[in-house]
Design a protein around this ligand. Sequence first.
Ligand code: ZN
Ligand code: ZN
Length: 348
Amino acid sequence: MRALRLPGWKSEPELVEVAEPTPGPGQVVVKIGAAGACHSDLHLMHDFEAGAVPWNPPFTLGHENAGWVHALGDGVTGLEVGQPVAVYGPWGCGTCARCRVGVDPYCENPAGAPVPGGGGGLGLDGGMADYLLVPDARHIVPLPAGLDPVQAAPLTDAGLTPYHAIRRSWPKLGPTSTAVVIGVGGLGHVGVQILKATTAARVIAVDTREEALRLAEECGADLALRSGAETAQEIRKVTGGRGADVIVDCVGADATLALGVAAARTVGDLTIVGIGGGTLPVGFFSVPYEVSIQTTYWGSRPELIEVLELGARGMIHPKATTFALEDAMTAYRKMADGTLEGRAVVVP
Ligand SMILES: [Zn+2]
Ligand SMILES: [Zn+2]
């Protein structure tokens, strides 16, 4: 079968022929219907080096995967060959306190996981291939009726990650509240939709790119602001001076974090989703009173079920641009130069 493999750190992926996987006991092989291309894959190719994460190349890229059950290992029950499924991406040990409640990204026994702190496309072979070996059937989530793999694949990360980030702030997102999404890329455009679908907040989207602001408006943003020196003041102005109750920063750079704090209302939430690597001084006088600043990483298995339900009911709809597996590098190049709209999805 074909697979888009990352041969080493600081290298370009290569499309190569590899052996088709066979499932061991308790495992599942999925025929890939769609694999999302994530901005974090660019960091894997260009920025990471040995020691940055607890695993190393070579492996097949692709950590947003959906398709159809292809083969079941011994002992797997409750799934049928041909059934459409999504793959829950973070693969923890399955037995620690976090994994038991479906929060594999925060697995506390990484030595007991298939790969410590990773998953398919993150240390182990991912879904930019014809088939994907899923090491435990518990990572398979059947697709609700009406959701196809091209829509489902981006929901497993570009949907799940902002959903998890927004869900924690639901109590602060009543009808008089304002939410700000910074960065309207793969995650941010779904984040805008999730806010509109699950809360009554007014939604403001912020980006540096004109096309991204148009996409935000298509996704239901009430206001789309070109990011600049005045952005925080503009947000304060349209919120009667109060500031935004919830800020979801899908970039995570120094400048966007500073904007988040400058635009935050007292008792607000600032959630750092993007892995831009920025930092923020936090102290008694540097942030508004009782602002909660939190990172989040990916989401839980129960939340994935909820996100897929929103997708199946048409309440969220990732803007997917499809590419053949042979053209996956074109997708990444467009992502790198900022000309990709929404999410790139590779269909092998
Ligand atoms: Zn990702
Ligand atoms: Zn665990």
